[in-house]
Design a protein around this ligand. Sequence first.
Ligand code: AMP
Length: 333
Amino acid sequence: SIISKKKMKKNNKKSKEEKEDLSSKVFALGSQYLAVERLGKGTYGTVYKAKLRGTDTYYAIKKIKNEMDDEGIPSTALREIAILKKMKHPNVVNVIDIAFNNTNIELCLEYCRYDLKKLIDTKKSDHSFYNVKFIKNMMYQLLKGVDHLHSHKILHRDLKPQNILIREDKWILKLADFGLSRVYSIPIRPYTKEVLTLWYRAPEMMLGIANYAIGLDIWSIGCIFGELYIKKPLFMGDSEIDQLYRIMKVFGTFNELTLPGYKAFPYFNQNFPFWKGCGLRNYMNERCKSLKMDDMAFDLFEKMLAIDPIKRITCKEALNHPYFEDVECTCSY
Ligand code: AMP
């Protein structure tokens, strides 16, 4: 009980600090924004919920530490942020305003009630809401958003449920955090102490292939598709090698057939254990509890998770897959 008292004291102190912090929070974006809540810490900085003074409108303000060099904001970062601002699409989070000062870059974003991880966690037992129709709707919007980025030659490179936001009104999905991964390069550790997740990372990236292509994003989308069904991340590795082994245990140790030229990849090791692979269908059957993945869904899923990135389906092809023939999309285009 002494420990729990100490813990309570510590927590009280922490929440007090957070409260004090918030009331005195000043945004470079201007004093019209009043911080009301700390929403989370992401890869690049802290996100606050802010109220526009005198209105009932809320925004999310992302504060990114500008630690890049002594001469202000690098032009590459400015160029990328300009791209972010131009990427208008119903499934891409709207950047309303941008401000800079010496220490921070601030993005004012439309406020979204959920991210996909939060939505899965809070709604997974609500079967009338969280069902195969809902998954199809989410996947359609996700592919629409990523297709928009890809058609502008932008890769997300860090697609995961935490940076896929959902608005509560009509369940509109919004991609966030894209482009920034190019501005800031994906760090080994995010801004928080958490280790950056590898769970959505394509196998070729772990094998050290440097030429990043759209296949990276498609792999992540495939992992998210699977996660929507099993309500847990598909491959939860705790290191790059563990992540790779988990994938090989399902698809088999890579060979010339599944990944042509694999032996020349920088991090390929002749001593990788041999796995025949349990097969993706078996892997899913074992894990899908309340929601069964039908053959049509599985066909698309499998095409997203082709080991050879060249064979992976594109967003456009995926959107035209028969799986989406009966989609009830809540977003209008
Ligand atoms: P990020 O740096 O984008 O990963 O953001 C960290 C966390 O802040 C996310 O997981 C979300 O929960 C939250 N967040 C980011 N952007 C928004 C937004 N536009 N609206 C609401 N919450 C957000």
